[in-house]
Design a protein around this ligand. Structure first.
Ligand SMILES: NC(=O)c1ccc[n+]([C@@H]2O[C@H](COP(=O)([O-])OP(=O)(O)OC[C@H]3O[C@@H](n4cnc5c(N)ncnc54)[C@H](O)[C@@H]3O)[C@@H](O)[C@H]2O)c1
Length: 324
């Protein structure tokens, strides 16, 4: 089985690519190594994937001409590449071109793969809106350009199922954390601030936000199960996430306990579009995939802290080498 994983140098794409390689699949990863966050982290993620036997192609999905770099013999496509998150530094053009136009280009490419069995679009709980507690049948209420453009991506993908052109499905993920987490996200920031004794900038009111924080391995397992059972998923939308909820404040207290130190908080203005509550309703995934995420927040954060320390040591060693 040959799988194309887009965004394979990113947080979730790299973990998923590794999981597929461990299962004996042939993986081609692609990524444009965008500088949305530290490119050194993406290079390190990509190296981990390559060391397990994948090929990584550097290309930008927005550019139709670059698709000539790819073979046309894929059995599956898993599409992670996107402009993620809600960030003041990302423009509407960033969201639109990376989440909508790039997805449309990738669909055109998918149509040229005669053996393609299924196309998975990796989506987000953000499409539900400020309260993401619903089953997949709920009417989406996006509250950010990120969410609106991901929803448009979902529609372009599912159009292929509805028209009978490609078998596709949408997996909506809930607040993923763990090793390699994007550096601007909650736990990556908290761990970095705690270890480096820097203030953690907290959006006003966000300490009471509730989240279905989901450990990355549990997400990857859900995606893998979906791939194995792809024949039953044509045209389906499915939530993947942990069903337990924690407030941001509980998350902060837990990181403090695990690091054995207090983290200074600096309150900054509220961020528009931030969800108040996410609680993954995974009844459908339980039924169709026998999905049962089991990693506790404590267990997952211990792993993420270990990873962070190792990654920082590696960065210091690389820096010192450059000085020699
Ligand atoms: N991390 C989460 O908690 C979370 C939650 C819900 C959904 N998601 C979805 O999961 C996917 C992956 O998120 P992530 O957290 O791993 O983000 P990430 O930024 O770490 O990974 C995305 C990767 O895609 C690449 N990319 C972006 N635009 C590209 C383009 N035009 N061409 C080629 N490569 C491009 C980036 O360089 C990056 O390496 C996204 O689609 C996101 O919407 C993530």
């Amino acid at each position: 089985m040959k799988v194309l994983v887009t965004g394979a140098a990113g947080f979730l794409g790299s973990h998923t690519a590794e999981r597929l390689l461990l299962a004996g699949m042939e993986v081609t990863g692609l990524d444009n190594f965008s500088d949305y966050y530290d490119v050194a982290q993406k290079r390190s993620n990509a190296e981990a994937v390559i060391s397990r036997g994948a090929e990584i192609v550097k290309m930008d999905l927005r550019n139709a001409e670059e698709y000539q770099k790819l073979d046309r013999d894929f059995d599956f496509i898993i599409h992670f590449a996107a402009q993620p998150g809600i960030s003041g530094s990302s423009t509407f053009e960033d969201y639109y071109t990376n989440n909508v136009l790039a997805t449309r280009n990738l669909i055109n490419f998918a149509l040229e793969n005669p053996d393609l069995k299924h196309f998975f679009f990796i989506s987000t709980s953000s499409i539900y809106g400020l309260e993401a507690t619903h089953p997949e049948t709920a009417v989406p209420n996006p509250a950010s350009d990120y969410a609106s453009t991901k929803l448009e991506g979902e529609r372009l993908i599912l159009e292929q199922s509805h028209s009978g052109k490609i078998s596709t499905s949408v997996l909506r993920l809930f607040s993923v954390y763990g090793p390699r987490e994007r550096p601007e996200k909650l736990y990556a920031q908290l761990i970095s601030c705690g270890i480096n004794n820097q203030p953690f900038k907290i959006f006003e009111g966000s300490e009471m936000h509730l989240r279905s924080f989901t450990y990355v391995r549990d997400i990857v397992e859900g995606i893998y199960r979906a791939l194995v059972r792809h024949k039953t998923l044509n045209g389906e939308i499915m939530n993947l996430g942990a069903s337990e909820e924690y407030s941001t404040l509980e998350g902060i207290k837990l990181v403090e306990e695990l690091l054995g130190r207090e983290i200074r908080l600096e309150v900054i203005p509220r961020r528009a579009g931030d969800q108040n509550r996410t609680a993954a309703n995974i009844e459908k995934a339980r039924k169709l995939l026998d999905y049962n995420p089991s990693t506790s927040l404590r267990e997952g954060l211990i792993k993420q802290i270990e990873w962070y320390k190792q990654f920082e040591d590696l960065k210091i060693m690389e820096f010192e080498n450059q000085l020699l």
